[in-house]
Design a protein around this ligand. Structure first.
Ligand SMILES: *Cc1c(COP(=O)(O)O)cnc(C)c1O
Length: 448
């Protein structure tokens, strides 16, 4: 498969380059030249298949040209060592629980898959593992991305991960998920804010001397190997609904709490592959840039505002460029035609912190289901728009205990911390202190 850039000014890349580079030379996002439909036979039968096999079929459809079949199967099976079940919350509404992985959030799927695919490509390049062959992943985090990437890459040979995070600005539960791991994971505690961490990473990618000294790559959600595998759990969810409701057409509405729009983008790619979903909803918190685009046809990024659902506090969603490119058919449609194509399939919703709290309370009182603040946006968007005959599925993107203080406070409960999370909290914290000055960070990396 060949990959082109959404900015149209970079050379065509193969999968290996798209995965290793992440971003194209013209700063655009890589898109596959074709998205193949899965055969009807697959859709006739997928409710009888297990999650890993469904995922392998999807992965093979995307990556099969570029990755050997047995290796791809190993990568998929190894990635999906946990389930992403659907749970009935009330009549016609199901939660797609994406928090059963190592860090209890959906980013585990993409991070684990990307680590294994990157390993596949880098181990092809050389059989010896000298330090110069090691690939170094730099990731800036405000909390959730760092933990998923660090745990996804933990123990993967030939790859070292540096997680940069703002000192004192991530929650203790988040911090322990990447500072206690050791092995090939180094946590760097930056004396600054998230934007300083991101600036350090960007400067590192642009520094020629540093790039000659060591191989650097990024692991954020613009990487095709990180966002695409998220399609796996949408196929599995539809298969499970078909098994549950075999008689009628379930008219599935898939609702995705969205920030950088990587997750919903993978679902839309699934739709292009023929996944039978009637329509999609992108649920936002107060950061409503996409919602506004749907209403007006104008995309106007703004600085993000802080909310209860902080993993969705994004003012300029990076995967918007991909959605636009997909429905403009790579620029062949006008802006108006593209907007119409998008609004005929996707609707939006936006909720204030006050509404999020009310939703969490109402859902808990009426159904007993504990929503986290991100999932609450998804659940409420279904409540507000589901029509008779439709079946709603919303992503529960993180375990509510990840936001224990907020959830306890809002619901007046004392939510139990799962063992996996507790184990992190008992580990010993190790981090490297760093100023926000690039010269210091560079000097540190040059010594590695
Ligand atoms: C990252 C994240 C989101 C947003 O996902 P995008 O792919 O960036 O749209 C939503 N909820 C949680 C808990 C997250 O960690």
């Amino acid at each position: 498969m060949k990959y082109y850039s959404t900015n149209g000014k970079a050379p065509i890349a193969d999968l290996k380059k798209a995965v290793v580079k992440g971003l194209a030379e013209d700063k655009g996002l890589y898109m596959p030249e074709e998205i193949y439909k899965l055969p009807q036979q697959f859709y006739d039968d997928f409710q009888n298949m297990k999650f890993q096999d469904i995922a392998y079929n999807v992965a093979n459809n995307f990556f099969g040209d570029d990755v050997d079949g047995d290796a791809l199967q190993d990568i998929v099976y190894d990635t999906l060592s946990f389930d992403c079940p659907i749970v009935k919350v009330e009549e016609n509404i199901y939660a797609l629980e994406l928090f059963h992985g190592p860090t209890l959030a959906f980013k585990d799927v993409g991070a684990r898959f990307m680590a294994r695919l990157l390993r596949y490509f880098t181990s092809q390049a050389s059989t010896t593992s000298q330090s110069s062959d090691i690939v170094n992943v730099l990731v800036a985090t405000s909390g959730d991305t760092g933990s998923a990437v660090a745990n996804g890459f933990l123990g993967v040979e030939g790859i070292h991960v540096y997680v940069l995070y703002p000192k004192g600005k991530v929650s203790p539960i988040q911090e322990c998920q990447f500072t206690t791991l050791g092995q090939n994971i180094t946590a760097i505690e930056v004396d600054g804010v998230f934007d300083d961490c991101q600036a350090l990473v960007k400067s590192a990618f642009m520094d020629e001397e540093l790039n000659q000294h060591m191989k650097l790559t990024s692991a954020n959600s613009i990487n095709v190997a990180r966002f695409l595998p998220q399609a796996f759990y949408y196929f599995n969810a539809v298969a499970r609904i078909k098994a549950l409701l075999p008689a009628a057409d379930p008219q599935i509405v898939m609702c995705v709490p969205s920030g950088n729009f990587g997750n919903i983008c993978s679902a839309l790619f699934g739709h292009e592959m023929g996944l039978p979903v009637k329509r999609f909803i992108a649920a936002n918190n107060a950061n409503d840039i996409f919602y506004k685009y749907l209403q007006t046809g104008k995309y106007e990024p703004r600085p993000s505002v802080q909310t209860l659902a902080n993993a969705m506090d994004v003012g300029d969603p990076s995967n918007f460029a991909r959605i636009l490119n997909l429905y403009s058919k790579n620029g062949k449609r006008t802006a108006q035609e593209t907007h119409q194509a998008i609004t005929s399939l996707i609707s939006g919703a936006t909720y204030s912190d006050e509404q999020i709290k009310q939703t969490m309370r109402q859902c808990y009182k009426q159904t007993g289901y504990i929503l986290d603040p991100h999932g609450a946006c998804g659940y409420q968007a279904l409540k507000d728009s589901l029509k008779p005959g439709e079946t709603g599925i919303f992503c529960e993107t993180a375990h509510p205990a990840k936001f224990k203080e907020k959830v306890d406070d809002i619901l007046s409960i004392d939510i139990e911390i799962p063992d996996r999370l507790r184990a992190f909290m008992e580990g010993e914290k190790k981090s490297v202190e760093m100023s926000k000055d690039f010269a210091d960070f560079k000097a540190f990396l040059m010594k590695q």
